[in-house]
Design a protein around this ligand. Structure first.
Ligand SMILES: [Zn+2]
Length: 114
């Protein structure tokens, strides 16, 4: 991987992290505990619970991705970054640009069923 490609990937990671942190900040404002003593009817209540579950799930997923990207940002300079864990071939730069935290090439990912 060239220095330019590494720099480009770092920029991509940083912009993906910026997008995620904006999303996370927004989701945080949407996360409100559902009041158990709430006097509203059960259908409404169930709906609110479901909605909160979806938001909470998304919040967790985004947090996970954010942490992965942060770890990846520190890995970009390393020799083994962008090398498939399975076949040890280089992961294509196009794939890394889309998913910088990729640890497997497309062939291995498909083979491993990931
Ligand atoms: Zn591979």
């Amino acid at each position: 991987m060239t220095i330019t490609e590494k720099q480009e990937l770092k920029n991509i990671i940083e912009s993906q992290m910026a997008t995620l942190s904006k999303e996370l900040a927004y989701l945080q404002t949407q996360l409100k505990p559902v009041d158990k003593e709430c006097s509203l009817d059960n259908v409404y209540h169930a709906g609110r619970h479901q909605e909160q579950n979806i938001i909470f799930h998304r919040f967790q997923e985004y947090t996970k991705r954010y942490n992965k990207l942060m770890a990846t940002l520190n890995k970009v300079e390393r020799e083994d970054y962008g090398v498939c864990k399975e076949c040890e071939e280089n992961i294509s730069i196009e794939r890394l640009k889309l998913i910088p935290e990729s640890e497997y090439c497309i062939d291995c990912m498909n083979e491993l069923g990931l």
